[in-house]
Design a protein around this ligand. Structure first.
Ligand SMILES: [Zn+2]
Ligand SMILES: [Zn+2]
Length: 49
């Protein structure tokens, strides 16, 4: 269980990927991935689809 960087909820199912800018790991739940909710990187604050 990790906290989603899109919706801020703790998710059981999620994907992890490195931030395209700084390489920080971004957590995104399947809900946000399917809906295309933007994420904000914790480290460099970029927003992505
Ligand atoms: Zn989410
Ligand atoms: Zn970043």
């Amino acid at each position: 269980m990790k906290k989603c960087d899109g919706c801020g909820k703790v998710a059981a199912k999620f994907v992890e990927f490195p931030c395209p800018d700084c390489g920080e790991t971004i957590i995104r739940c399947l809900h946000c991935r399917e809906l295309g909710v933007p994420y904000v990187c914790k480290k460099c604050k970029i927003e992505g689809p």
